[in-house]
Design a protein around this ligand. Structure first.
Ligand code: LLP
Length: 428
């Protein structure tokens, strides 16, 4: 009989296998969760999200930098309950569209704690940001500076003063990550090149109603080395003595126990703050960081139910979700681990297939499962970032619910989509 087995840090904090070998998340038995709420389901340990938010915030203070703010990149998990939790924890929020702005305000973020991004912000989105009093707008291109100046000249913030602005710069720093989520290279679609930055500053300063506060850079996502961040900061430091440096997000996480651990939150924040302090005036700046994945990925798991098992060349275990709830394997070749939720120690080589009509819809290309059978609950950990966010209705599959678990209590914070939802937007 299995005694309590400790789980790797790929799983949410506080997860464990109980005396029967069943996975518990936030004190809730995952087999019971699957019965009660159905599958697929995103299951999130609420305490894990809080602990990571606190670790980020405390790390800045521990480095002796008071004016340090953690800005949740809402794109990682744009769900009201998650946003409300982070708002409660005192974080700020990064939004990259009118829709994310709407979600963040609706979840209770004070508008002055919002940072608006985007390389193609529409006039409507900019107007919304001005009207709602967004704290910082990160300008990405000359067209936007002109547009924003025009809106301000036309009465932009309704008498509420100047709009504070950061200029996004692409510092030509490349971290090691998937090409699709690398943004710091010179030929990125985001931001101004270092050579253009001076002109961007001048245009912001001469535009109506804009107050240039500083610079922003985001060099990429799922970065597991800290040196590129140090180089980024050195590049920003060359651009002048602005009061605000927004260093973007990008800290990577561990997706499988086979991978080396990701840098600890404390080490990452320590490296950034120390690098900032190494430059003249660095200790006086307001520092912002924008973690997304590192706040939420390991807080969540996905539960599926096995529908069929077949053996041809491979042993194919097909479940009731796939690329509609987790696009990351298909988009980035992302590797996850999988387990039968009540029989963890698997020895059968399997491929975990999704239910969608594409050969590429494989959730885990190669995994060891304990003799999986139809009806078994399968768990894939580390799905708390960019899973819910990029979910879709391919093949008419309704999107899964989000279940928050804490101290043995489970509550639905986003309900499962229904078939009626699939036709709700039809007008004829
Ligand atoms: N700040 C900015 C301006 C960003 O563009 C991003 C992510 C972040 C912060 C947060 O990055 P993080 O800390 O989560 O790495 N869908 C992809 C990730 C795309 C990230 C895009 N921007 C994935 O599933 O890996």
């Amino acid at each position: 009989m299995a005694t309590e087995t400790s789980l790797s840090d790929v799983f949410p904090l506080g997860s464990r296998l109980d005396e029967r070998g069943r996975l518990e998340i936030g004190g809730c038995d995952t087999i019971e969760l699957a019965k009660e709420f159905g599958t697929p389901a995103y299951v999130v340990a609420e305490d894990d999200l809080r602990a990571r938010a606190r670790a980020f915030t405390a790390a800045g203070r521990n480095e002796g930098h008071e004016d340090f703010h953690v800005v949740f990149a809402s794109k990682a998990f744009p769900c009201t309950a998650v946003l409300a939790l982070f708002a409660q924890e005192g974080l700020w929020c990064d939004v990259a569209s009118g829709g994310e702005l709407h979600l963040a305000l609706n979840a209770g973020f004070a508008p002055e704690r919002l940072v608006l991004h985007g390389n193609a912000k529409s006039e409507a989105e900019l107007r919304m940001a001005l009207e709602r009093g967004v704290g910082l707008i990160v300008v990405d291109n000359f067209d936007e500076i002109e547009r924003l100046g025009r809106l301000m000249a036309a009465g932009g913030r309704a008498g509420a003063g100047e709009q504070e602005v950061l200029v996004r710069v692409t510092p030509d720093v490349r971290g090691e990550t998937h090409e699709k989520i690398s943004t710091g290279q010179a030929d990125s679609k985001f931001g101004f090149s270092v050579a253009q930055a001076g002109e961007a500053f001048a245009r912001v300063q001469s535009a109506d109603g804009l107050s240039l506060q500083g610079v922003h850079a985001h060099i990429g996502s799922q970065l597991l080395g800290l040196d590129p961040f140090r180089v980024e900061i050195a590049e920003l430091a060359k651009l002048g003595g602005f009061p605000v440096w927004d260093l973007g997000g990008g800290l990577g996480v561990r997706y499988t126990a086979d991978q080396p651990p990701a840098p600890a939150i404390e080490d990452y924040v320590g490296a950034l703050v120390q690098a900032a302090h190494a430059h003249a005036g660095g200790a006086q700046r307001r520092l912002l960081i924008e973690p997304g994945r590192a706040l939420s990925a390991n807080a969540g798991v996905t539960l599926y139910t096995v529908q069929s098992v077949k053996q041809n060349v491979s042993r194919w275990v097909a479940v009731d979700g796939g690329m509609s709830d987790n696009l990351r394997p298909m988009l980035y070749g992302a590797v996850y681990e999988a387990h039968v939720a009540d029989r963890f120690d698997g020895t059968t080589h399997c491929r975990l297939a999704g239910k969608h009509c594409e050969s590429g819809d494989v959730i885990v290309g190669e995994t060891l499962l304990d003799d999986p059978r139809p009806g078994d609950v399968i768990v894939t950990p580390a799905t708390g970032a960019y899973g819910f966010a990029m979910a879709n209705n391919y093949n008419g599959v309704p999107r899964p619910p989000v279940i928050f678990c804490r101290d043995g209590d489970a509550r639905v914070v986003v309900r499962r989509e229904s078939f009626d939802d699939l036709t709700a937007r039809d007008v004829s």
